[in-house]
Design a protein. Structure first.
Ligand code: HEM
Length: 188
């Protein structure tokens, strides 16, 4: 429907429509995959928190997903180009310069989040920036949240007592911006 609307509106060129399709595919695929994997890995790391989530998924799973988004943000950073000279946090930024906004760092900011280095469920409030901020706020946030909830709910229902496989070694993704692990070998 989203693509149909873009085509029907005729406001986009063919090149823009193809570009938008690629954006949707890339932005919507690996990010959500990493969210689900990061959640399962974090549950293993915090067995006591996981025990509570497992016992009360209706109450705790949505909050757990929000906390994974904060604690292990699948998208760690984003680029911006400075439009006009500005001073930010005591630093002078000049028009035309590139800046990187580290949402992953903001999400661990102790001034915003008490015990920021801990996985806390439920965390109230949880004003994380995992989906960005402002006009470019993630278009797919509701879909990503829904996909993660469906996948994790079903995973917990089928395999409540999973553990890391003996052959597992932690291999982080080789990326500056995407945060996740290459493979998560589990025993169920
Ligand atoms: C856990 C999953 C996801 C995360 C963490 C995530 C994260 C983000 C972030 C941080 C931005 C803002 C980038 C910026 O401001 O420069 C963004 C934008 C965007 N995301 Fe997502 N995303 C996720 C899933 C999805 C899905 C499922 C879709 C679509 C199917 C999607 C489509 C988009 C699009 C189209 C934009 C650009 C919006 C704009 O520029 O106006 N994302 N996403």
């Amino acid at each position: 429907m989203l693509l149909q609307a873009s085509v029907d509106g005729q406001s986009l060129t063919e090149e823009e429509i193809v570009g938008f399709c690629i954006l949707l595919l890339v932005a919507g695929n690996e990010t959500t995959t990493n969210l689900i994997t990061n959640a399962i890995y974090t549950f293993l790391e915090y067995p006591e928190v996981y025990r509570q989530i497992k016992n009360e998924p209706d109450e705790l799973l949505p909050a757990a997903i929000e906390e994974v988004l904060r604690f292990r943000s699948p998208v760690q950073a984003s680029f911006r180009i400075v439009h006009e000279d500005v001073e930010l946090g005591g630093k002078k930024l000049r028009a035309g310069e590139y800046v990187i906004a580290w949402m992953g760092a903001a999400n661990r900011d102790e001034k915003q989040f008490q015990d920021a280095e801990q996985f806390v469920v439920p965390r109230k409030p949880n004003p994380h920036m995992a989906f960005g901020r402002g006009i470019h706020f993630c278009l797919g946030a509701p879909l990503a949240r829904m996909e993660a909830e469906i996948a994790l709910r079903e995973w917990i229902r089928r395999y409540p007592d999973f553990k890391l496989s003996a052959s597992f070694t932690l291999k982080p993704l080789e990326s500056t911006f995407a945060y996740g692990i290459k493979e998560l070998l589990l025993t169920v």
